[in-house]
Design a binder for this molecule. Structure first.
Ligand code: G3I
Length: 381
């Protein structure tokens, strides 16, 4: 534990959901909903709160759009800056969706993130065959051309980028825990990460460059292997002076499947901070399938584990922002993803607002975690 800030002792034992202290819900009767959103709570400790959105939601859903404007001071594209959407044909770009999201952020004075420049998934169908046909320099260009195009288009409007997303996959069997089922790893080896970050630094020197991954949160063998692989990767990248500024901890919690131990997660954040990196929770939500059938009881348990997680996250001075992967249960990938969707088709309850934009106990958990968080000084522009 660092001396810099009076750090709250964290429960060493794994958090059994039933044992969590229930979060006291504020009254959210419609008429009393205060304009003070989660971003206002975040700002008190010098942080940002945001959410992943889609341009169609901004065009077609005024209630949702108003909720984003009230609750957030940061946004990220849920899919509209992924190359599969923006470059359907080689060199033929469609940034129309991302442009609308960035325009919305500009209009509301919000910070914006870019997600994601180099990822193994959601790539255009033409890319992998092209990579296989290209020679060394050609393969590199196939990766760097998108970094140049996207970053130069949004320079000064997008403050931070997920440069490389989900580079880890210990289940692929490599000793280093790296993802082998990646067209970039197969085409360029691990150097693809070095090349991507150096290119990104050149493309927009003011942008904060993130390495982002999932499965870093829980007290489970799966997450322990992934944390170890992340730290080993950072050892190698730091030794090669790769210009990484920050780690994106996706934060997709699955408390009804894996335990959460505050001390384990706090130690990992301290280890990350030891590399001089900052970090953000970039895709926070709670998979609720398998939880109590009673939604109120489930909401309480979701809120309790979220508070335990966010208390650790926000206690670390290097934690700069919390973004949810969506804002309302009306729109969540959890409700469509086979592993997490409820067989009876009910909406998942893994986000701070319900399907009618009403604040849930999870909203209270996030607000009170921000309120309890130690201040980290002036926010970055
Ligand atoms: O908008 C098109 C629509 O025009 C088309 O008719 C339809 C059928 O192909 O596709 C629609 O696009 C879909 C898009 O979501 C919008 O709903 C894409 O096919 C679909 O692949 C995309 O899924 C996104 C997925 O990443 C892959 O990009 C999910 O919304 C998004 O929540 C999910 O997010 C990922 C993060 O990027 C990384 N971490 C995990 C997270 C959850 O899987």
């Amino acid at each position: 534990m660092t001396a810099t800030m009076e750090r709250r002792e964290f429960l060493a034992g794994a958090l059994a959901l039933g044992a969590c202290s229930p979060v006291v819900p504020a009254s959210h009767a419609q008429e009393s909903i205060s304009s003070e959103g989660l971003a206002a709570h975040a700002r008190r400790s010098g942080r940002y709160f945001g959410a992943a959105i889609k341009s169609r939601q901004l065009r077609e859903d005024p209630d949702f759009t108003a909720a984003v404007a009230r609750e957030c001071d940061m946004v990220v594209e849920e899919y509209e800056l992924k190359r599969g959407t923006t470059e359907p044909m080689p060199g033929k770009y469609d940034f129309s969706g991302a442009d609308q999201i960035i325009a919305f952020a500009q209009q509301h004075g919000m910070r914006a993130r870019g997600h994601a420049l180099v990822w193994y998934a959601a790539q255009p169908k033409w890319l992998e065959p092209a990579l296989k046909l290209a020679n060394g320099g050609g393969r590199e260009k196939l990766m760097t051309s998108y970094i140049d195009t996207a970053m130069s288009r949004y320079a000064g409007k997008i403050a931070e980028w997920d440069v490389v997303n989900e580079a880890l996959e210990p289940n692929n069997g490599r000793a280093d825990g790296m993802r082998q089922n990646s067209m970039w790893m197969q085409a360029l080896g691990e150097d693809y990460i070095d090349i991507a970050f150096h290119r990104a630094r050149n493309a927009d020197p003011r942008a904060t460059l993130f390495l982002t991954d999932f499965g870093l949160e829980h007290d489970s063998p799966r997450c322990e292997r992934r944390r170890t692989a992340m730290l080993k990767l950072l050892d190698r990248l730091k030794a090669r002076d790769v210009p990484i500024d920050a780690i994106g901890i996706q934060g997709h919690l699955k408390p009804f499947r894996e335990g959460f131990n505050q001390a384990v997660f706090a130690r990992f954040l301290d280890q990350l901070r030891g590399y001089g990196l900052t970090f953000s929770v970039t895709e926070f939500d709670v998979a609720d399938r398998g939880g109590p059938p009673n939604p109120d009881k489930r909401d309480q348990q979701i809120a309790a584990v979220a508070k335990a997680f966010l208390d650790v996250a926000l206690d670390n001075p290097a934690m700069r922002s919390i973004l949810c992967w969506g804002l309302s249960d009306r729109y969540s990938w959890l409700s469509n993803f086979p592993d997490y969707k409820w067989p009876d088709g009910q909406l998942s309850r893994g986000l701070p607002l319900d399907g009618d934009m009403r604040r849930k106990p999870l909203w209270d958990a996030i607000a009170s975690a921000f309120d309890a968080a130690p201040a980290i000084g002036r926010r970055r522009a």
